[in-house]
Design a protein around this ligand. Structure first.
Ligand code: NAD
Ligand code: UD1
Length: 341
């Protein structure tokens, strides 16, 4: 059966660009909506080189209802994958109104346009951050909600909105995908994570130290109750994650209303383990110091990924070593990301 067109909001971003490649490889025509607030148009050009198929770009804002209505009137959109949003935890604490405006307001605008256009298939980028400091690991989908930042709260709010919209509109099917820690890059080294300014997250920071853009990594605490004292997370390769979205689209019709699904490996890796794996990937030692714990950090969490396998037939394939090798290929080839000359 011919694949129907998917709207990918935020499709020029880190996870969005990798998902576009996998969608095109799976035969879906793709329309990307992005305002390039946190990405570069070159990412779309690279996606076009990596995968054949129909990829259309609309430059616009997901908060702009006129733009969305036009888009739905002009394109026959069968489903939406909604990545567009803001994701910096620290910035969300400083500017909560901006995060609620873009993440919650933008999603509401999108939902209204979809209702008008009778488009009823929605895949949402949620986050394991909705669980806050989990009471048990591995974390199942029915774990308590306890987001600790406005960013996390905005994801929890959108999940609630989508759950209520799906309840009110029985034809709707919604996948609420809760990502653990997305890392890695496309195996080609042509697309990858491209943070503007100093990275907050471990993988891009280690990569920038490895390539000589930053002097050393500060390990945020080595006195946690983990096997080596450093924080433990569920690092999931971005290509696995992208394929999880294709699986979600393929199984959306079988889901009930709005369904929350963890996307993780179900295996934790510590900061020290990431550091050692990256040293192996780049072939030289990575300078690091141990600093105090980062406020708000938890010791360890990783997903219970059973639901994803049961409902979507999906499980992660790649490990941390592979993620480090792919990140290094991208980072060493393009030290300044898509702005590399
Ligand atoms: P990203 O910043 O690389 O991608 C987001 C994209 O959305 C960017 O291309 C940006 O330009 C675009 N965008 C932002 N505001 C927009 C607006 N108002 N209108 C149109 N486009 C807009 O981030 P990412 O890492 O690819 O994350 C994608 C989604 O996944 C986000 O919703 C994020 O909250 C969620 N998520 C990310 C992570 C992670 O660690 N990367 C973890 C969990 C959840
Ligand atoms: C962070 C966000 C979370 C988001 C996730 C996406 C916070 C509080 N949480 O989670 O909302 O969904 O990113 O991937 O910001 N580390 C160092 N040195 C560094 C950077 C990180 O030691 O320079 C350590 C951290 O203490 C942690 C681990 O590396 O133990 C992973 O950190 P990070 O990549 O920031 O992810 P999270 O903290 O899990």
């Amino acid at each position: 059966m011919a694949r129907k067109t998917v709207l990918v909001t935020g499709g020029a971003g880190y996870i969005g660009s990798h998902t576009c490649v996998e969608l095109l490889n799976a035969g879906f025509p793709v329309v990307v909506l992005d305002n390039f607030r946190n990405s570069h148009p070159e990412a779309i050009e690279r996606v076009r080189k990596l995968a054949a198929g129909s990829l259309k770009l609309v430059t616009g804002d997901v908060c702009d209802s006129a733009c969305l209505e036009r888009l739905f009137a002009e394109e026959s959109i069968a489903a939406v994958i909604h990545f567009a949003g803001l994701k910096a935890v620290g910035e969300s604490v400083a500017k909560p109104e901006l995060y609620y405006r873009v993440n919650v307001g933008g999603t509401l605008t999108l939902i209204e346009a979809m209702l008008k256009a009778q488009c009823s298939r929605f895949v949402f980028s949620s986050s394991a951050t909705v669980y806050g400091d989990p009471q048990e690991v591995p974390v199942p989908e029915n774990a308590r909600f306890a987001p600790e930042s406005p960013y996390g709260a905005s994801k929890a709010m959108v999940e609630r909105v989508l759950t209520d919209v799906a309840k009110a509109n029985p034809s709707w099917r919604v996948a609420l995908l809760r990502y653990f820690n997305p890392v890695g890059a496309h195996v080609s080294g042509e697309i990858g994570e491209d943070p503007l300014g100093p990275p907050d997250n471990l993988f891009p920071y280690v990569a920038q130290v490895a390539v000589g853009k930053r002097e050393y990594l500060t390990i945020h605490g080595n006195d946690y109750p983990t096997r080596d004292g450093t924080g433990e997370r569920d690092y999931i390769h971005v290509v696995d994650l992208a394929r999880g979205h294709v699986a979600a689209l393929d199984h959306l019709d079988e889901l009930h209303a709005a369904t929350a699904i963890n996307l993780g490996r179900g295996i934790g890796g510590t900061v020290m383990e990431v550091l050692r794996a990256f040293e192996k990937a780049c072939g030289h030692p990575i300078k690091h110091v141990v600093g105090p714990r980062r406020p708000g950090d938890v010791a360890r969490y990783f997903a219970d990924p059973a639901q994803a396998e049961k409902l979507l037939g999906w499980r992660a394939e790649f490990d941390i070593e592979r993620a480090c090798a792919d990140t290094w290929r991208w980072q060493s080839r393009y030290p300044d990301g898509f702005r590399t000359r």
